[in-house]
Ligand binder design. Structure first.
Ligand SMILES: [Zn+2]
Length: 364
């Protein structure tokens, strides 16, 4: 069965403005390019087309979600504030999360694109799929945007699908290098959605993503954080998957697996300090596909999050798409031999210790 692909040109028109990485220019900060600009996603989409893979996938259309859909997760006050600023000249969703005119509409389209892929997988129209959306979503909380995210694309999509397709057990596996605090918050008291986040310990947000955050009330035990030390590479991530992520999925037995997919854990990323390469993303995708085949008819959905190396994100993305679709293109990752041979790609003892602690905290 086919693999779905969602992209819309307007995703690239979301404007984050002028910045030096993420700080606004000033008399002491020279103007430059915002880290979350369109180029990483544009180049991912372009490499997909050049490789010939896009035409082998099933195109999934983007339909914007409504305010009522957003309100399944976000507060009405927050939605109204973003909508009003977007209708004017834009603004900031809280702190260091700038957006321009029209970004409200584009963010609704991004959540909608994620939802359409999810709904298409649930209906059986496609086997699995990827939404290459922008702005990203996994840091957005109910009443504020943060970390370049306006609305929680994945939570909104899951909650809308639940309302329209019935109660489903879901697991999210967030491999973005930053903690998926927004997705965690959305389902913190909900035992039907297992939220898992692997991230660089203490990177962003600085004060979340700890082992102590396990969920609350009926959701206690249904949130798993796997904070890994800076410098973790292929070996550490594969071990974390083998020892924590995959066993947790088998325990939860989801009907659907959703991946907030950031490629900022790569060895080339300017905002993260991890060591991953396209082979790691390919391998993690294969492991999730095997689990999804066993547990939930292969139902696996990914929604794009961070990743700030314009040169490298496309090769990580292509590897994931080749794995999801089972189509190997003629394009090889030119960086792979370089990054694979960096010292420290194999699992180190202090990384194993961190994985052991996460496994124990998860009760596995
Ligand atoms: Zn990130």
């Amino acid at each position: 069965m086919a693999t779905g692909w969602n992209f819309h040109e307007l995703y690239l028109w979301h404007e984050t403005g002028n910045a030096a990485m993420f700080f606004q220019p000033s008399l002491t900060i020279e103007p430059g390019e915002h880290a979350e600009n369109a180029s990483t996603k544009r180049r991912f989409k372009n490499l997909m087309e050049v490789s010939g893979l896009t035409e082998k996938l099933t195109s999934v259309k983007s339909d914007p979600v409504s305010d009522d859909d957003l309100a399944r997760f976000h507060t009405r006050d927050y939605i109204a504030r973003i909508k009003a600023l977007s209708a004017d000249r834009g603004g900031d969703a809280s702190y260091l999360t700038p957006f321009g005119h029209g970004s409200y509409d584009i963010a609704c389209l991004a959540a909608g694109g994620t939802y359409q892929v999810l709904a298409s997988v649930l209906s059986g129209a496609i086997a699995n799929g990827y939404a290459l959306v922008r702005p990203p979503g996994h840091h957005a909380e109910a009443d504020k945007g943060m970390g370049f995210c306006l609305f929680g694309n994945v939570p909104v999509a899951i909650l809308k699908a639940r309302a329209e397709h019935g109660q489903a057990r879901v697991a999210t596996v967030d491999w973005d290098v930053h903690h998926g605090n927004g997705t965690q918050a959305a389902f913190y008291a909900d035992p039907s959605v297992l939220t898992i986040s692997l991230h660089q310990e203490g990177l962003y947000p600085h004060d979340s993503g700890t082992l102590a955050e396990r969920g609350e009330g009926k959701g206690d035990g249904f949130n798993i954080n796997i904070p890994l030390p800076a410098g973790s590479g292929h070996g550490a991530y594969i071990a974390a998957f083998e020892q924590v992520v995959i066993p947790a999925l088998y325990r939860h037995k989801p009907d659907l697996i959703v991946v907030p997919s950031g490629f900022d854990g790569s060895a080339a990323d300017p905002l993260g300090r991890m060591m991953l390469h396209s082979g790691t993303y390919r391998a993690m995708t294969a492991m999730l596909m095997a689990a999804a085949d066993d547990l939930c008819g292969g139902r696996l959905v990914m929604s794009h999050e961070g990743g700030y190396s314009a040169a490298y994100v496309p090769y990580c993305g292509l590897a994931v798409m080749e794995q999801l679709s089972g189509v190997k293109t003629a394009i090889d990752d030119p960086f792979l031999p370089v990054f694979q041979n960096y010292p420290g790609q194999e699992l180190r003892p202090w990384q194993q210790n961190a994985i052991d602690e996460a496994r124990r905290a998860a009760g596995l």
